[in-house]
Ligand binder design. Structure first.
Ligand SMILES: NC(=O)CC[C@H](N)C(=O)O
Length: 411
């Protein structure tokens, strides 16, 4: 008995033509042939290709380190008058869907990305990033060395910049335009992005069947001041049984009170909080009347200013989805979503406003609470979108505050 030794069989692999995965569409078909540049006030010029419409846009250039959520970031009204550099290189690769928007439109004034997305693949994909940018008339640039750019922004701080897309680009004119951009310090932008009409919010969290509609009858009635509110904040409140009435940024306190709220919410928003005197006045009046008050990001800064604290402009701010923050009451470290360029100066806090959270990146103040009235606020984004959900408990805390009507922290 012997073994028959077989010759190894040669398998022939046929070369298949490239097939895009199911539900994916070629984003633009072929690479953009239109040149674009980004010029910065320090004289740097980055060359790339146009991703949106031809033209020119200006703003403060910042960088965001989130690996997901480009739709949420572009539609976050807090980014008005800013040009966002995405440090994650693959932006646009899941296309654009109808659900991941944080407001009615794009608010960022331009985007800067590394790789031009030529293929978009996702089961919710409805259109390419390029067609979305074109539809919304945004000037944007791809093909930029975003690592080099981010190092410039980290070293020098957020810089004023200009993106020009199209043929016959004049570099000198772009640099001049960058240097002519009005900075964000001292600028009230909240009123410019706010809704102008009062409305009810009834959308809950997103499910596989789309967003849920929540009944208007709520356990608590929240009057939310719209300084550029992100929708997920409203969804999370609706989800927790709150009836939410959104009011324009300049709504007087008496008008808000005529709606008989259980609590007032101060939203996130763009620009410098300091010139928003109308908002600071409302926060002062709400606290004087002991109306439960919760603020997020710009709303946090407004609550602090109304309590007598001071704010300052940071070097390059916090824009990302992985920022560690410590809850000072429990010592617990939580990973948070962040988007701010101003900060409350901890040294300026009055005795009745105590720190509740701190950034573990730079020690900056992340949350405060009043000791004498039911009011608290958070600098980062507990609603995520995009980002982790570690801080979602703050929405439950707001409900508790509306129930107890008592200060969160007592000394
Ligand atoms: N997301 C926000 O509300 C930002 C607040 C403010 N515009 C800042 O940059 O600090």
């Amino acid at each position: 008995m012997g073994y028959e030794i077989k010759e190894p069989q040669t398998k022939v692999y046929k070369r298949k033509l490239f097939q895009p995965p199911m539900n994916s569409k070629l984003a633009s078909g072929r690479p953009s042939a239109v040149p674009a540049i980004l010029a910065l006030e320090d004289g740097s010029v980055f060359h790339g290709v146009s991703l949106g419409v031809a033209g020119q846009t200006t703003g403060e250039v910042v960088f965001n380190t989130s690996m997901t959520g480009y739709q949420e970031i572009m539609t976050d009204p807090s980014y008005a008058r800013q040009l966002v550099t995405f440090t994650y290189p693959h932006i646009g690769n899941t296309g654009i869907n109808e659900d991941d928007v944080e407001s009615r439109r794009i608010w960022v004034d331009g985007i800067i990305i590394r790789d031009e997305p030529l293929l978009a693949s996702n089961w919710r994909n409805k259109k390419s990033l390029q067609s979305y940018l074109a539809e919304q008339n945004l000037v944007a640039i791809a093909g930029v060395d975003t690592r080099r750019l981010t190092r410039v922004l980290r070293d020098k701080g957020a810089l004023r910049g200009c993106i020009v897309a199209g043929d016959n680009i004049d570099e000198a004119a772009a640099l001049e335009a960058a240097r002519g951009v009005e900075g964000l310090a001292g600028r009230d932008l909240a009123a410019t992005v706010s809704r102008t009409e009062q409305c009810e919010w009834s959308e809950g969290l997103w499910t596989l069947d789309g967003p849920q509609q929540i009944s208007a009858e709520g356990r608590y009635h929240v009057v939310a001041y719209d300084y550029g509110v992100k929708h997920n904040i409203l969804r999370l409140m609706a989800e927790r049984g709150c009836k939410v009435t959104l009011v324009p940024a300049k709504t007087p306190f008496e008008k808000a009170m005529s709606l008989q709220p259980d609590g007032i919410f101060l939203a996130n928003g763009p620009g410098d909080p300091e010139p928003c005197d109308y908002a600071i006045e409302v926060a002062k009046q709400a606290m004087a009347a002991s109306v439960p008050l919760f603020g997020i990001c710009l709303g946090h800064q407004i609550l602090a200013l109304a309590s007598g604290a001071k704010t300052f402009k940071m070097k390059f701010g916090h824009h990302g989805a992985n920022h560690p923050v410590q809850d000072l009451a429990t010592g617990q470290v939580q990973i948070t979503s962040q988007n701010h360029g101003f900060s409350v100066d901890e040294a300026s806090l009055p005795a009745n406003l105590v720190p509740t959270h701190k950034s573990l990146f730079d020690g900056s103040l992340q949350g405060v609470a009043r000791t004498d009235v039911p009011a608290f606020s958070f600098q980062g984004h507990p609603e995520a979108s995009p980002g982790p959900h570690d801080l979602i408990y703050l929405f439950d805390r707001f409900n508790d505050l509306m129930e107890s009507k008592a200060p969160l922290v007592r000394i």
